[in-house]
Ligand binder design. Sequence first.
Ligand SMILES: [Zn+2]
Length: 267
Amino acid sequence: MKAAGALAWVLPVSGRGVALRQPTGRDEMRLLGGWGSEPARAIAFVTQLACEGLDASSLPSADLDTVLLLLRQALRGDRVLAETACPARHCGARVDIAFGIGAYLQHHRPRAPRLRAWLVSACAERPGWFAVRRRGVPDTAAWFRLPTAGDERDVAGEADAVALLRRRCIAPWPSPPGMSRVVEAAMDALAPPLAGPLSGACPACGAGVSIGFDPRRYVLAEFCTQAGFVTEDVDVLAARYHWSERAILDLPSPRRAAYAETARRAA
Ligand SMILES: [Zn+2]
């Protein structure tokens, strides 16, 4: 059942609907505690917030990253600010690259694969799989499915993680020469990766600046930073309102933070 105040979205790649409750201090502190690799942490975080028994490991990787960005947008606003230093010699000025999550997701929305000589279609016999065939040729040359967050978690840390992912998601494997490139182009169209470079210009010297943005890493890091303030919030709220630690940790984080801010101002 969807909880009151739940955040609900339809995901662009899978078309699945998800509803999440707002995280509490308990959820945020659990993020600090572990869960292993980055994909594993992202999966566990989203799964524990899901209202309807979602296993986030089954989502295409791009959809998991989309959920994290939408959660961030709903709780902390649309604007993301990435900072770096200008790489030009003798400059080193601070460069801020700002963008909106809504526009970023719109720019990375899925589209139909456009491959000159190849056609890609959903596979009727194998749900979740796609068939690739050369134009004018009836036989299928290869099949593939989109890597899920669970696939990424399973191969995380392996030296040949990319090859292991391909082996899981492309059939036959090894695929005929050149086929990997065709399949990867199709995958990138159907599920554009959300991690990538952001471009801007140095305000001091005008040099072009590019930085890598990984939404999963960015959003998890923000929640971890937030988690660093949970014990302070508990301290402030327990002192002012005499609420128990349990009650404070069970508050939705935005409400806890707002109460704590009010209490700090009143002190
Ligand atoms: Zn510069």
